[in-house]
Design a protein around this ligand. Structure first.
Ligand code: FAD
Ligand code: SIN
Length: 535
C-alpha cells in the first residue's frame, strides 16, 4: 500500500511553502523538494516584492505598469487580483516574521525601491537578499506548524487516471484527474509512489534550459515538463525573460546584479565608458528589462564584446555597503570593488513568463492538479514580467489555490491504488558522459538559437536538434537506471521543445519574443499561445 495524503506539494520555494501553510488548515500536507529545503529561485531573489504600499501609489498605477510591461498579453483579471490582493499577502508575510528594510530616516516606514517599468517606488525588500529572508520566515512558520517537508526527493512524473488506464489496458476517462506522483530517491535509487487527493506543482522556473542563467541548478522546469507529458495545457512558453545584468565572470556563473542598482541611478556603458541606453529608449536604464536586455545584446554583438559594464560609482562606499551588502560583499570576494570599479554584466535567462496554464484559482486543465509560482502561467505577466511581480504573484496564487483546493477536498475520493514503478530491464549506466554532452548541447543551442533574438531559421534548427536529442534521451531513459541528472536532462529537453514550438507559432515580435523575420507586433497575435501534448 503506497503512502497517501490530502495535499502533495512539489517544491519548497515561496509558492509551495505558502500553499502548505494555508492548506494545513484543511487536511494533511506533505511538501517534497529535490535538494536542500531552501534551495530554490526564491532563495536568490534580491530586488524584492512589489506592492502598492505608499500613499502616493495606487492600484491603478501598479495595474497599468504591469499591463504596459506585458505588451498587450496580460490577462486583466489576473493583474487586478494580484495587485489588489498583494498588499494583504505582504502584510501577512511581515506578520509571520519576515523583516523588510526600514527607511533610513523614518523607522516606521519601509524603504521602497524602484525598478525598471515601475512608475513608483513600491518594492519592499530585505536589503538585497529578500528571497533568503522570505524563505527563512516561511520555513520557520512551517516548522512551527509541523508541516512535513521531505527533502532530496525528485518528482519524476505525475500519475493520472488516463496514464493508469493506458497502462492497465482500460478505456481512458474523458476528463483526466491526477492521483499522485512518482518520486525518485537519489540516495537509495528507489522510486516511491506518492498518492494524493490534490497535487500542487510549485517547482519554479527553467533557467537551466539556457547556457547563461541567473537561476540555481534546481531550475530545470520539472513541473512544466511533468505537466506537459501528462497532457496539461501549457501557455506562452515562448516568453523567456532575460535579466539584463547577470555578473560576467569566469567562475561565478549565475550571480545576479539586481535591477535595484539601476533604480538607484546605475548607468550602463561600454568598456570604453560610452553610454548607450538613450539610443534605445527614452527611459534609458529604467526601461522594461526586455528592452534593456536587447540593447545590451545588440551592443555586445555590434562591438564584438563579451560583456558591458554597470557603473555605480556615483554612490558613496557607505551607501553601497548599507543598501547592497550582499552584492557588494560578493563582488569584493571576486576582486571587484563597486565603489571604485565598474561591474561587468551580461544578459542571462532569468524567468519563465509562460508555464502550466491555470485559472484564477491556480487550477490546471487536469482535475485536482494545481500549479503556482513560476511554473504556472496565470496571465499576470503577459509577454513580459514587470520586475518584482513574481514573488507577489506566488503568494497571491498560492493563497487562492489553497482556498480553492481546500474547499473541494470533501468532494474528492481517496486516490486509487497505483502499481509500483516498473524498472524493466534497466541496468546501471556506464556512460554518464552522454548526459553531460546532451545537457551542454541543449543549453548552448537554446542560448544561440532561441535566446534574446530569434529567427525562423534558428528556431527550425533548434527544433531539429531537439528531436534528435529527445530520441537519444528516450533510448537512454528506458535502458539505464534513473539518476537525478537524467530526470533533469529529460525535463530541460521537454521545456526546450515547448519554447521552440510556441516561438514558432508566434509570427510577430512582442515583449520578450523578438524574431528578426517578424520584427513588428501583429494584432492577430494578441492571444495566448496554448500547446498541449496528445496523450
Ligand atoms: P522556486 O522558488 O524556484 O522553488 C521551486 C522549488 O521546487 C525548489 O524547492 C526546487 O528544489 C523544487 N523542485 C523543482 N523540481 C522538483 C522536482 N522534480 N521534485 C521535487 N522538487 C522540485 N522575483 C521577484 O519578484 N523579486 C525579485 O527580487 C527576484 N529576484 C530574483 C533573483 C534571482 C537570482 C532569481 C533566479 C529570480 C528572482 N526572482 C525575483 C524570481 C523569483 O525569485 C521566482 O520567480 C520565484 O521565487 C519562484 O518561486 P517558486 O516558489 O515558484 O519557485
Ligand atoms: C532583481 O533584483 O533585479 C530581480 C528582480 C526580479 O527578477 O523581479
Amino acid at each position: 500500500m503506497s503512502d497517501s495524503v490530502d495535499f502533495l506539494v512539489i517544491g519548497s520555494g515561496i509558492a509551495g511553502l505558502w500553499f502548505a501553510l494555508q492548506a494545513v488548515q484543511h487536511g494533511t500536507v506533505r511538501v517534497i523538494t529535490k535538494d536542500r529545503p531552501e534551495e530554490s529561485n526564491t532563495q536568490y531573489a534580491q530586488g524584492g516584492i512589489a506592492a502598492v504600499w505608499s500613499k502616493e501609489d495606487s492600484y491603478e498605477e501598479h495595474v497599468q505598469d504591469t499591463l504596459i510591461a506585458g505588451a498587450g498579453l496580460c490577462r486583466r483579471e489576473a493583474v487586478e487580483v494580484v495587485v489588489r490582493e498583494g498588499p494583504d499577502r505582504v502584510r501577512e508575510l511581515i506578520d509571520l516574521g519576515a523583516h523588510f528594510t526600514r527607511h533610513h530616516d523614518r523607522a516606521d516606514w519601509y524603504d521602497l525601491h524602484r525598478e525598471g517599468g515601475h512608475s513608483r517606488r513600491r518594492i519592499l525588500h530585505a536589503d538585497d537578499f529578500t528571497g533568503a529572508e522570505v524563505v527563512r520566515a516561511l520555513r520557520a512558520k512551517g516548522q512551527a506548524e509541523g508541516i512535513r517537508v521531505d527533502d532530496h526527493l525528485v518528482a519524476i512524473d505525475l500519475i493520472t487516471e488516463r496514464g493508469l488506464s493506458r497502462r492497465c489496458g482500460e478505456i481512458p476517462p474523458a476528463v483526466d484527474t491526477v492521483v499522485g506522483a512518482y518520486l525518485f530517491n537519489p540516495a537509495t535509487g528507489e522510486v516511491e509512489v506518492a498518492r494524493a487527493k490534490v497535487v500542487v506543482l510549485a517547482t519554479g522556473g527553467a533557467g537551466k534550459t539556457y547556457l547563461f542563467t541567473t537561476n540555481p541548478s534546481v531550475a530545470t522546469g520539472d513541473g512544466m515538463a511533468m505537466a506537459w507529458r501528462a497532457g496539461a495545457e501549457m501557455s506562452n512558453m515562448e516568453f523567456v525573460q532575460f535579466h539584463p545584468t547577470a555578473l560576467f565572470h569566469h567562475t561565478e556563473k549565475h550571480f545576479l546584479i539586481s535591477e535595484a542598482l539601476r533604480g538607484e541611478g546605475g548607468k550602463l556603458q561600454l568598456p570604453s565608458g560610452e553610454r548607450f541606453m538613450a539610443a534605445y529608449d527614452p527611459r534609458e536604464e529604467l526601461a522594461p528589462r526586455d528592452i534593456v536586455a536587447r540593447a545590451i545584446d545588440a551592443e555586445i554583438k555590434r562591438h564584438g564584446l563579451d560583456h558591458v559594464c554597470l557603473d555605480m560609482r556615483h554612490l558613496s562606499r557607505e551607501v553601497i555597503e548599507e543598501r547592497f551588502p550582499n552584492i557588494h560583499a560578493k563582488l569584493l570576494s571576486l576582486g571587484i570593488d563597486m565603489a571604485v570599479d565598474t561591474i561587468p554584466v551580461v544578459p542571462a535567462a532569468h524567468y519563465f513568463c509562460g508555464g502550466v496554464r491555470v485559472d484564477l484559482d491556480g487550477a490546471t486543465s487536469i482535475q485536482h492538479l494545481y500549479a503556482i509560482g513560476e511554473t504556472a502561467n496565470t496571465g499576470l505577466h503577459g509577454a513580459n514580467r514587470l520586475a518584482s511581480n513574481s514573488l507577489l504573484e506566488a503568494t497571491v496564487f498560492a493563497e487562492r489555490a489553497a482556498a480553492h483546493a481546500g474547499g473541494m477536498l470533501g468532494q474528492i475520493a481517496e486516490p486509487r491504488e497505483v502499481p509500483a514503478w516498473d524498472v524493466g530491464e534497466a541496468v546501471d549506466s556506464d556512460e554518464q558522459v552522454v548526459i553531460l554532452q546532451v545537457w551542454e548541447e541543449i543549453r548552448r543551442f537554446m542560448m544561440n538559437y532561441v535566446g534574446i533574438v530569434r529567427t525562423h531559421n534558428r528556431l527550425t534548427r533548434a527544433r531539429r536538434r531537439i528531436r534528435l536529442v529527445q530520441d537519444e534521451i528516450r533510448e537512454y531513459y528506458w535502458n539505464f537506471k534513473l539518476t537525478a541528472d537524467l530526470i533533469e536532462l529529460r525535463n530541460i529537453a521537454d521545456v526546450a521543445e515547448m519554447v521552440v514550438l510556441s516561438a514558432m507559432q508566434r509570427r510577430e515580435s512582442r515583449g520578450l519574443h523578438y524574431n528578426l523575420d517578424f520584427p513588428e507586433q501583429d494584432s492577430r497575435f494578441i492571444r495566448d499561445t496554448v500547446i498541449q501534448r496528445r496523450c
